[in-house]
Design a protein around this ligand. Sequence first.
Ligand code: IDP
Length: 147
Amino acid sequence: MEQTFLMVKPDGVQRGLIGEIVKRFEQKGFQLIGCKLLVMTREQAEYHYAEHKGKDFFERLVTFITSGPVFAMVWEGEQVIALSRTMIGKTNSLEAMPGTIRGDFAVHTNLNLIHGSDSPASAEREIKNFFTEAELCRYSKVIEKWI
Ligand code: IDP
């Protein structure tokens, strides 16, 4: 089963949107297999956003993401990587459609509430940056065959 790494960013935590965001993925039918509230270290943030190193917004992004607690999660489900990206909405706030998390709650691209892995390779890398194998809880639900 596919897994993805999702994270409510510091703005989402400050705005009290953890519950709303978790609710959406639960209601979609995905399964939460790990979560924690933490303040990212600078090293962890630079690794997480390594693909943006050198870009003009990199410093601001790392400063922002380490500025307060984030809510890190691992979710499991069929096509969870692509489907959760659709549910999150476009990076640019002007393009994030209503009905998506960013479209419904975010105004600025800098404060866009949530991160979601964009490929199986990034999901694996990002999960390992936040969770040990022992922190992930695998369990089955009888409802699975209906989803
Ligand atoms: P994503 O979060 O939609 O996957 P990425 O391209 O991985 O988007 O960028 C990571 C984060 O960096 C974005 O969520 C956004 O906060 C910030 N970011 C991306 N592109 C820009 C930009 O052009 N200007 C300012 N911030 C940006």
